[in-house]
Ligand binder design. Structure first.
Ligand SMILES: [Zn+2]
Length: 335
């Protein structure tokens, strides 16, 4: 990694972590007691009451009369026995990496530029309302709602781009469903777009796109969460699970991100609704159980407990949207 790239990453991670250090440190395994702001033994140099976590400058600050002051990275190093680089990487994994560097050879748009672009697209769009293209699309899939989550929006004509010789070329405009992707700190990381046409997904090679890759644990927070949360892979599957169970559901957007998904510490019951990919390579099941395992381990390290249930549809190739759609069809036939 180039020094310059690293400095940019460090700046980004610091900015995202500011004011969130207690949660971050706990989620990477620092004991809550160390962070209770009371005088106590220092995790590095011992004693009885020489250490105090203050978070004075919102950078995870502490003061120790034995070994001096430091910030959250230093505290993670001391408390967990990590090198600076290890501590940095763990913190980065929690707060999310800067919006991805683009492909090799073409200049990477800066995270800031990407956020400005995401913001502009978001502002051009409107809340989803009855009769618009997003409502038609979701209704056609059996997922109509009286009121849609405000992290979903309808864009009338979003540019569709393809890469050609390293350059992005606009090949058309389509209505689109936008979803705001938020990192653990609540900041919008990027947008997810689903291109639509005539009430269904547009016939395009990349009909679903993230504005940038590498979302690293960020989620579309479709519903507010408290003690209970459910997660599923896609937006449509998540809406299906919500309609079937009434639970708040967050989509992880893809298998890879499901494993890494950030789960708030307030959650005491987690339901993971995975795909049955037994007809392929079991990716859906693997991601669901990997998340379950990680969340369980993190809770144990924190000294708290969480109930985690993994739900996989019975039939190979099924996901929960398939199951929901069949159930609705049966109800309609019965009526
Ligand atoms: Zn000390």
């Amino acid at each position: 990694m180039e020094q310059r790239d690293f400095e940019a990453r460090l700046r980004e991670v610091k900015a995202r972590a500011e004011g969130n250090w207690r949660t971050i440190l706990e989620s990477i395994g620092v004991e809550p007691k160390v962070l209770n702001k009371r005088n106590q033994p220092c995790p590095a140099c011992g004693g009885t009451d020489r250490f105090q976590y203050t978070d004075k400058y919102r950078h995870g600050d502490y003061y120790c009369r034995g070994c001096g002051p430091g910030d959250g990275f230093r505290l993670a190093e001391m408390a967990l026995g990590l090198s600076f680089m290890e501590a940095f990487k763990q913190v980065e994994a929690v707060v999310g990496k800067p919006v991805a560097a683009a492909m090799a050879g073409s200049p990477a748009p800066s995270a800031e530029k990407m956020r400005v672009l995401a913001r502009r697209i978001w502002d051009e769009a409107q809340p989803v309302t009855a009769g618009d293209e997003v409502d038609r699309y979701l209704t056609n899939r059996g997922l109509k709602m009286g009121k849609y989550p405000n992290v979903l929006r309808f864009h009338q004509g979003l540019g569709y781009f393809v890469k050609e010789g390293g350059k992005s070329k606009k090949v058309g405009e389509y209505p689109a469903m936008l979803a705001c992707v938020q990192g653990p700190d609540g900041l919008a990381v990027t947008l997810h777009r689903t291109y639509l046409q005539d009430g269904r997904k547009a016939d395009l090679p990349d009909v679903k796109k993230l504005l940038s890759s590498g979302i690293n644990g960020a989620a579309v927070r479709l519903f507010p969460v408290a003690e209970e949360l459910a997660v599923a892979e896609g937006i449509e599957k998540s809406l299906a699970v919500h309609l079937a169970t009434g639970k708040p559901v967050w989509p992880a957007l893809n298998c890879g991100n499901m494993e890494k998904l950030w789960i708030p510490e307030s959650v005491k019951r987690l339901g993971i609704y995975g795909d049955n990919d037994a007809d392929k390579a079991y990716d859906g099941q693997a991601a669901a159980y990997a998340l379950a395992r990680r969340v369980k381990k993190e809770a144990r390290r924190r000294g708290s407990s969480i109930q985690v249930d993994v739900h996989i549809p019975k039939a190979a190739g099924d996901d929960w949207e398939d199951v929901w759609v069949r159930r609705v069809a049966r109800t309609r036939m019965a009526a």
